[in-house]
Ligand binder design. Sequence first.
Ligand SMILES: Nc1nc2c(c(=O)[nH]1)N[C@H]1C(S)=C(S)[C@@H](COP(=O)(O)O)O[C@H]1N2
Ligand SMILES: [Mo]
Length: 453
Amino acid sequence: MKHIIMVGAGAVGGYFGAHLARHNPNVSFLLRPKTQAAVAKNGLTIRSAIGESFTVHPQSSSDPQALPPPDLIILGVKAYDLDEVMDQIEPILKPDTAIVTLQNGVTIEDTLKARFGRERIIGGVAFIYSKIMEPGVIDHYKKGMVTIGELMGLETLRLTDIAGVFKTAGIPCFLSKDIRKAKWEKMCWNCVFNPLAVLVNDHVARALDHPELQPVITTLVREVSAVAMAAHRVPLDDDMPQKVVKWSQELRDIHTSMYDDWRAGRPTEIDFLNGYIVKRGKEFGIPTPMNEMAMALIKAITEVGSPGVPAIHVEGELVQPLHLTHTILRELPDLHQVADVEGVGGIQGIGVKFQAILDVVTLKVGVDHVTFYSMDGKFSVCLTLQQAKDFGILVYGKPDGLFPTERGGPFRLLTPGLGDLCANVKQVGRIVFSKGKGTDTRPPQACPEEASV
Ligand SMILES: Nc1nc2c(c(=O)[nH]1)N[C@H]1C(S)=C(S)[C@@H](COP(=O)(O)O)O[C@H]1N2
Ligand SMILES: [Mo]
């Protein structure tokens, strides 16, 4: 296992990858361009509440061909990024490259198997609570261990080799003879506490401590167990509901990754968790009403707006959050409409001054900043309210329809006159008002491309 590529430097990939890279110069990272730029410049930093904090400067690229051909690839990205990642790694696989996945969800191994062949794939489960603070900076709060296993349960040489790689890096690594069961056990936990934390809008403890929620937890787990058996032939223990509750006691004060994804405006993994249970349940005639309700409520809460109609979610320190669509923006007063924003970086479109949005929202007292997030939550710009008022224009259309995605649509923030090209956000999905600064992911220095504009 000489050359190792970690895919992703988020809460999971970043934490484990940084530990591996710290002890092994042959660990490199395959990253999205934005994260790659941050890691190349500032390294990858782990700030741990319970262990060591450190920064590593590993080799990284967003082009897999630029990295040393891997003997081992570890997938640490979200389940919904799998398809994209599979396309990327396919051309760099050597005949014996092994792939370990640390992703949530019980379908990942099968998807990988179907694409790359059973022999390459090693199952994995990560137990960790950490968060991306900004690209290349991961805060670690709890746990930090992995369980891995061959799909057929054998204790192969490569399995012990990989365990050795983790152990050398100081990461507890357990071998499982039944990795599918281990994945399903974590699936049970995920299908309970990921949605519940969002639904109670609070820590795990809030859900644990209400006796009325205990039967809900039990039912969620029983439904998951039934699908595990029917669809995957994985028998889970009868006392799974109690186990799930017991494991949670030491995680009382965490929010879960679904809560963090929701709050950061990222997509959630709901389709791979409760959504998957519902889907397979239907195929096998297993009723899963509790998971169905959890899924439906999570979608209603996290995927706001009418399906298919692009909307910007306006929230934060407001008396009442609201959504803005193309139609709503077009109907704001003429006074604030900008018929043609041409001239700003060559962009042609119809927009509305930020002032128009300020006229619609009811800010709480003391609000002085506003943050514009891209739909994927990966890019954000924080402006003072004054800057937004003076310079902000939200482009929402063209004379004949929506503003095209290629140009940064359906909604793009521009700030002509502010003198900072980086202070523009393509694919705006969320506008968050705050007292004090919000998140700003802009590169600390002017981007190179700015010079040419
Ligand atoms: N959603 C999103 N918007 C973004 C960025 C980004 O990475 N994602 N980069 C910003 C930066 S730093 C610049 S310089 C411009 C680049 O705009 P262009 O792609 O139209 O040249 O977009 C800005 N808006
Ligand atoms: Mo930029």
